[in-house]
Design a protein around this ligand. Structure first.
Ligand SMILES: [Fe+2]
Length: 196
């Protein structure tokens, strides 16, 4: 099965201990606006994408860290790439699986359905498909649902692909009706969260 390339680079997520300063800096330098923020997470954009940057506030996620923590606890967490459809995303999941390449986190964020992969160096990336029609709808979703669950719920991409192939419409799978349980963060980020 052929590998599908993404249609665009969508966003970068950073872990930071200068949360407010970083949000201000990116707001200034990219003339970006805040789409959604709480004390732990902020999402910014500068165009019609729902977010071009997100920032995870390590002072909230790991209040005991700081001077003694590992160097890589701050910095880029992942880069997001968008695929043209859920079917493309999931068929690519299957093609990569045939190459022995598997995601470490499969999560329905609500604004995107996302498969997270790590390269051989451990750099993380998110292969995603948009769930909503527009960035306006995505902003509405963040405003309505992120207070309850800002991370999302996990899903099984093999199950979703089987359902698609048996006739379930993409729109039915992409509409996040289920908001619990809130997924634990996976990947490198999880190493820096004391509670996990
Ligand atoms: Fe992301």
């Amino acid at each position: 099965m052929p590998i599908t390339s993404p249609t665009k680079v969508a966003h970068v997520v950073y872990r930071t201990r200068r949360f407010d300063e970083m949000v201000r800096w990116y707001g200034t330098v990219f003339n970006a606006r805040v789409q959604y923020s709480n004390p732990a997470l902020a999402f910014l954009t500068f165009d019609d994408e729902h977010h071009r940057f997100a920032f995870a506030n390590m002072a909230v996620f790991q209040p005991d860290g700081g001077a003694g923590e590992k160097q890589n606890s701050i910095g880029a967490d992942h880069v997001g790439y968008t695929y043209p459809s859920l079917r493309a995303l999931l068929e690519n999941y299957e093609a990569l699986r045939e190459q022995g390449i598997r995601p470490y986190w499969c999560i329905h964020h609500g604004i995107t359905a996302s498969l997270y992969y790590a390269d051989p160096d451990g750099n993380q990336m998110e292969f995603q498909v948009d769930c909503l029609e527009s960035s306006h709808d995505a902003s509405d979703f963040m405003a309505a649902m992120f207070a309850q669950n800002p991370l999302g719920v996990e899903f099984d991409p093999a199950d979703w692909l089987a359902r698609l192939r048996s006739g379930t419409p993409e729109t039915e799978l992409l509409d996040r009706q289920k908001h619990e349980p809130i997924s634990l963060i996976r990947g490198v980020f999880a190493q820096f969260i004391s509670a996990q």
